[in-house]
Structures are given as C-alpha cells and as structure tokens.
Design a binder for this molecule. Structure first.
Ligand code: PLP
Length: 438
C-alpha cells in the first residue's frame, strides 16, 4: 500500500509515452477526459490492475475510484471473470453468427430488469443510445428527442447539443461536425425541472419521440433525481405518447440488481445499458417493451446491426459478472456500506476543515463538489471551485489515490475496497484537502 504523505511520483515512462502519443493520437488519448486537461499535468499510463489497485507503467500503485468508469463492480480482474474469458478463448474470438451465450445474456438481463421484454446487444453505450432513439423515432413517427443539460449519452450527434439552450429554443450543436439540422431535433432542459419538461412538450405538440435521461446523473459529478422527478416524467410520457428511456449505462446493475429503475420503482419504456454488462469488455445493449423492440430489424423495419455484436469473449466476461451479481444480492449492501463510509467521511473531513463541501451519493456512485451549494443540476455543479479541485486531484494522485480527473465526473466504488482501504483514502483525503487549500 502507498504511504499517505505525498510522494514525488516517478512518472517518467508515462511522460515519455504521452509525448509519443501526442504525435500519433489526437490529444494523445483515445477518449478526451483521459488527458487530464481539466486538472493539469499529464495522464498516467496504466500497466495492470488487480482488485482495488492499479499499477502504472512506472510501477506506481493507486487505489482506484474510477474502475474503468463504472464496470468493474467486483474490482479489477475478478477470478470468475478471468476464468470465463479463459474458457471462452479457445472456442473463437468472433463468429459473426448467433451463440448460446447471447441467449443466456438476454435471459439474464430480462430477468434482472423486468421492464426489458426484449433486448439487442451492441458494442458500446454510444451505440445503445443512438439505436434506442432511432427505434423510438421509428415507433412514434416523431422526430424530436428531449434530453437534460449535463446528461451524457455517448457521442452520437443527437446528444452533443449545447447544455444551456433553453427548453423552448432550438438546440445548437455543442461540437463542430454536428449539423444544425440534427441539433434542431434535440430539445434540452435543466435536470430535475419537471415544469420545463412540461413546457417543452406543450411547445412541441406530438413532435417528441423520446425523453432520455440518466436516472441518476453521473456525468456532471453525481446528481440524484429530486423526489417525484422520475415519476413525474413517467406520467408526462404516458400522457403524451412519448417513449421514456432510462440511460442506465452507469447505473444498471450497479445501484441495484435491477438498476436505478428498481431503486426508484419506475417502469421505463426503454433502457440503455453499456460497459457494466461487458464486465470491462466492449458491450452495450438496448431493450424495452416488446411492442417497441419488435420495430428493430429483422423483426421490424428500424435498421440496426453490428459485426461484433454479441461477441463471444465479451459475452463470456459480461455473463460471468452479471451471474455473480444476480446470485449475490449482498454485494449491494456491501457497496452501500463502503460508499457511505467514503462519502460521509469526506463530508465530515471537509466540514472539519471549514470547507462544508457538497457530497452527493446514490449507492456506489458519489462525488464531492467543491462548492457549498446543493448540487441538483448542471448550473449548480458549475459553482464548484475547479482550481481547488485540480489541486486536490493532484495531491490525491501523489498519495496513490486515483480519482476521476474532472470535477464533473462521478466516482465508482467496487467490492474490492475494504475498511482499511477506506481509512487509507480518508487519511489521504484530509491531507490533500488541506494541501489544496494552502
Ligand atoms: N450513457 C451514459 C450514461 C454514459 O455514462 C456513457 C459513458 O460514460 C455513455 C452513455 C456512452 O457509453 P460508451 O462510452 O460506452 O460509448
């Protein structure tokens, strides 16, 4: 284990690799947040991971609270998943034809998430959300979708629309390359604002195909749904014939066996799933009511396909983790307890230092916002002191604690975090909060 005083990390191999990478890969990384731009410094290149620990290419070890952005619920390299992959490997890396495991995976997903009556496997969360809104559009014959400011649904064009554009105004693209035409079909409103949703529906009568949201937001830091928000959306969708889509790419099988929809008792029309059902391998899925899913080709006319969809190795890894979660409900009690120790401990330490920061948590997703305001949406998340967060992030890294390199990301807890690791984290947290505030 890493000692608590800040160490002068030797990151020389990481630095050399990043220098090479910048010439070869845009920004030196294959996904933007990995570049550490929000917190300063260079990214750390990883070599291996086991349980709660990551080891980088220079041999430094870190207690991991990213967990590959969510999927490693059982920690890194759990033996049951490694065994399942090892067993699957000699049979084939890819058939491009149906397999038994795809049927077993569909059965398990449907059993664990009862609102899903039929499901289609894809290769990422982005594919899942892109496909889901296409199906919703095909099903309703309507063009527009409504999303919430700060919710992330992958990098499909329809979802990269400026946060902050009002509910009743037309969207503008957030990213060059997204056309005005696409942007105009995406309406955005603030999270937790039911009145804004009602107003948007009224202003766009019978034009909205789907409302999509993260039932617990993990992409502006952690923001829980306000009391009655998810149910209120359910009622609006039912009344106006809108397809209600839960994006559970982060929350599915993590917040409860049946995801956020089980936790909050909501019955969405469609659900998107991602990384978690691959146990770390590239997998996604979308599913929902039979009537809607039967629109998908070849049952119906809405086209969606994938050469590697249902890949035998990915389904082996995913099934192994899902089966474990299905058979061990005590995992969720353990995650709840450990996460409460981490989050409550952080809140208390910050308060003792006079910082009174906002700590949000639902189950094993949480984070500390460097602001004293309650954080309920994107606007309140933006009141955080980003410079102080950057200093805190670097101070924690140098104490061997690997946090998300942005204030606007959630932290994920795995079952590999034992009580002594909680203590290790809290000791580093106290020292780093002090250091970050001079
Ligand atoms: N939806 C949500 C809620 C996510 O958090 C993410 C990624 O973090 C995605 C969709 C996109 O998933 P992927 O990165 O696998 O494309």
């Amino acid at each position: 284990q890493q000692a608590s005083p800040a160490t002068d990390l030797n990151l020389s191999t990481s630095d050399q690799l990043f220098t090479r990478a910048k010439d070869l890969i845009p920004g030196g990384v294959n996904s933007p947040v990995r570049a550490f731009r929000a917190v300063g410094g260079h990214p750390v290149f990883m070599q291996s991971a086991q349980g709660a620990w990551l080891t980088d290419v220079d041999g430094n070890r870190y207690l991991d609270f990213i967990n590959s952005w969510g999927p490693m619920i059982l920690g890194h390299a759990p033996q049951i998943v490694l065994d399942a992959v090892a067993q699957a490997l000699p049979a084939s890396l890819s058939f491009g034809a149906p397999t038994r495991r795809e049927v077993e995976m569909a059965e398990l997903i449907i059993e664990m998430v009862p609102s899903i009556e039929k499901v289609r496997l894809v290769n990422s969360g982005t594919e899942a959300t892109m496909s889901a809104i296409r199906v919703a559009r095909g099903y309703t014959g309507r063009a527009k979708i409504l999303k919430f400011e700060g919710c992330y649904h992958g990098h499909g064009d329809s979802f990269l629309i400026a946060a902050g554009s009002g509910a009743l105004t037309l969207g503008t693209p957030d990213s060059p390359g997204v056309t005005e035409g696409v942007a105009q079909d995406t309406l955005t409103v603030p999270y937790n604002d039911l009145a804004a949703v009602a107003a948007a529906i009224e202003a766009n009568p019978e034009q909205i195909a789907a409302i999509i949201l993260e039932p617990v937001v993990g992409n502006i830091g952690l923001v829980p749904p306000a009391e009655g928000f998810l149910q209120g959306l359910r009622e609006l969708c039912t009344r106006h014939g809108i397809v209600y889509i839960f994006d559970e790419v982060m929350t599915g099988f993590r917040l409860a066996r049946g995801g956020a929809q089980e936790l909050f008792g909501i019955d969405p029309d469609m659900t998107t799933l991602g990384k978690i059902i691959g146990g770390g391998m590239p997998v996604g899925a979308y599913g929902g009511k039979k009537e809607i899913m039967d629109q998908v080709a070849p049952a119906g006319k809405v086209y969606q396909a994938g050469t590697l969809s249902g890949n035998p190795i990915a389904t082996a890894a995913g099934l192994a983790q899902l089966r474990y979660l299905h058979e061990h409900p005590e995992v969720y009690q353990q995650l709840e307890r450990t996460s409460a120790l981490l989050a409550d401990g952080t809140r208390q330490i910050a308060a003792e230092l006079g910082l009174h920061y906002t700590v949000n948590r639902v189950g094993s997703m949480w984070n500390v916002f460097f602001t004293q305001q309650p954080v309920t949406d994107l606007a309140s998340a933006k009141t955080a002191d980003l410079d102080a967060f950057g200093r805190y992030f670097r101070a924690m890294l140098h104490r061997g604690i690997y946090l998300a390199p942005s204030q606007f990301e959630a932290l994920f807890v795995s079952t590999a975090v034992t009580d002594d690791l909680v203590d290790l984290y809290l000791t580093a947290c106290r020292a780093s909060l002090r250091e970050a505030h001079g």
